[in-house]
Structure formats: C-alpha cells, structure tokens
Design a protein around this ligand. Sequence first.
Ligand code: PLP
Length: 414
Amino acid sequence: MININENFLNLQDSYLFSTIAKKVSEYQQKNPDKKIIKLGIGDVTLPVVDEVRTAMKQAVDEMGKKETFKGYGPEQGYDFLREKIVECEYKNRGITIEKDEIFVSDGAKCDTGNIGDIFSAENRVAITDPVYPVYLDTNVMAGRSGLYKESDGKYSNIVYMPCTAENNFEPELPSEKVDIIYLCFPNNPTGTILNKNQLKKWVEYAKENKSIILYDAAYEAFITENEIPHSIYEIEGAKEVAIEFKSYSKTAGFTGIRCGYVVVPKELKGYTKQGEEVSINKLWNRRQCTKFNGVSYITQKGAEAIYSEEGQKQIKANIQYYLENAKIIVEGLNSIGLKTYGGVNAPYVWLKLPEGVKSWEFFDKLLEEVGVVGTPGVGFGPSGEGYFRLTAFGNRENTIEAIERIKKWDFSKK
Ligand code: PLP
C-alpha cells in the first residue's frame, strides 16, 4: 500500500485566484458588453525586449550547428551568466559574491519552495503576514507548520509577523526563537520596503539566534528611492546568515521564459543536532546536482543579454512603464481620499480600505459596480484583511481607465 505525505492534507485550498476567476467569469456572463479591467494579475504584460530575443535566437542557431551545439549544461548555471551576475548585481554595488555562490535556476518560485529540502523539519519558521503563499505552503508540505486553526486562519507552529499600517509594514522581531525567517522586500503584496537600519536588525537577530534569513528580492529592480538596499548583502555580516533569491520574471519579462538565481554564500553555516557546522552552499549544490539539471542554454543566453548596455536600457524602460502605472494608481486613489501604500519601489499598490470594509466585500463591489478586478488582501494572510492589492502590470490605457472609473464611483456612499 502506498502511503502519501499526509502533510499535503494539511494544506488549505487556495481559493484566492480560482474564486476571483469564477466571480469574474460569472459577472462577464451576466454583463457580456461590460469591459472588465484586470488589475489583479501578478504577471507582466509587456513583451520580451529585442536584446533578449536576439540573443536567444542566436543561441537557437548555435544549437543547430555541430560545432556549437550544447547538451547538458552545468547544474549551477553557465559561467558566462554567473560572472555577469557577480559583476553587475553585486560587484557594482560594492558587494563581494563569488561565482560559485550563484545558482542559476528556473525562477524564484521553485527556489523559495525547494530550499526547504536542506533544512530539518523541526525548524521553527517565521513568515510575514500578509505573504507570498509559496513560503507557507511549502513549509506545510514539509511538516513544519503544525495544524491549521480555523479560529484565526493560522498554522499552530508558524510564527506570523503582521505587517500592517499600524507598524508601518515593518515586521517585529519575534519574541520567541525562530530558525528560518522569510523576508521579501520590496514586498508582494504590500509593495513596501525595509531600509538598511531595519534590515540590519534582522541580520543581528539571525546572528544571535543562529537562524537563517531567506531573502526574496524578486522585485529589487523596481526600487527607485536612494538608500534602499537592493540586496541583503549590503548589510554587514549578512553573508553569514542570509540566502538571497532573485528572478528575471518581473525584472525582464521572463515569467514565461523562466530564469532566476539564488545566492548561497560560503560563510553561511547550518548545524547538525550535535551542533557541528555544515556549509549551506555545499548542501544546496548537492541538492541541485541531484534534483535539477540546469537552465537551458538558450534561456541563459537571453538572461545574459539583459546585462548589455542596450539590454539594460530596454528592460529599464519597461520597469519605468510599470512604475508609471503604479504612480497613476496611487495618485488617482489618493485624490479621492483613499490611503495607499507601496507603488513607489514596487509594482504593487496596497490599498487600505475604509474602516470596517472587508477585502472580499470590496472586491465584489468593485467588480459589480465598476468592472475592475483586484486581489483581496485577506487572500495573502489574516493581516491582509481590510486591504486590497492592485498591480501595475496592466497596460497604460486600461490602468488609466480603471482609475478614472474608480474616481467617478463614490465607494463611501454605497
Ligand atoms: N517571489 C515573489 C515574492 C513573487 O511575487 C513571485 C511571483 O509572483 C515569485 C517569487 C516567483 O517568481 P518566479 O517567476 O521567478 O518564479
């Protein structure tokens, strides 16, 4: 008899995006002539830039010639890309990262999900709330979560760190000892950031408690304000306590191509039950070599092209376009007295709903009365109740129209 991993039965069905899709489809059937504008998606809409496509086409041609054909590549990524990452993402910011600390992958979802393989099921996990759901669900699958409690919508062994307007979206250091800490800045869904001093507290906490920080910097390219750290390694000592996840998905429109990377510094140590130190870099390398066979040459050539002068110009123009959308959303909502967060260093705008208004109630009204779709904040965790996420990844025309519709609609009088 085949026994299953029963931890999977402890997962809560994610109703969020399926419920949204169902409600949108029902509304569209009832109102076939109504144009629905979707500002709920976390996917990019601008096409892949020329520089990347040209490099990928050349790589395809290389694959077609005997002399330049490539079979299996290195599991950790080709040197040409790892060297560019070292140079352009780290050295240029004054951070020393070595090539063999970079692991190229098929994206940050897999990496943030798979990293748990190398940690014991007994570790205590802390997540921010609201949160990108992958961190939580993969820990449920691994048996680290404890049981789900209907009463408060939380798992018993997970330490939730609320990030709300009350604490300015800065998670508080846990009062109990935690081993694995997930931080994501710029944040999905709130669009907020931590400055260097705020991040420093976490590095110090991790050092004191021998914990590890899993730092998701998937939206780093959207940072516009000076002094905001682009990498956790800008904080002194972070290489001893943090793994950093990066992705080309939102940075360069790679959501469909798939490429990202993880930085696992060699200073980073984990411990056996007997307290012996073990290199995390070695463990991750072993894990990747066993379970992963590398990212395609064509994809990595595309990623490399992002770092050329022209590539940088082209992807930055796209990021600028999304940030301009975010500005339109923020300014439009603020002009009718709604309070928003994020949208300056991130492609997400986190709307604080008027007192007493629930996330799903707002979703329904916005869809039915305005024909605009967003994401209810509570779908990202209990502390997201009373908030609503709008994304800047739509096209300009639709973004402007959506905001104009919301401005004409006086929600407070409903
Ligand atoms: N991390 C965060 C915080 C995200 O919001 C997303 C995607 O929405 C990812 C990771 C996944 O990125 P990728 O496309 O590289 O898997």
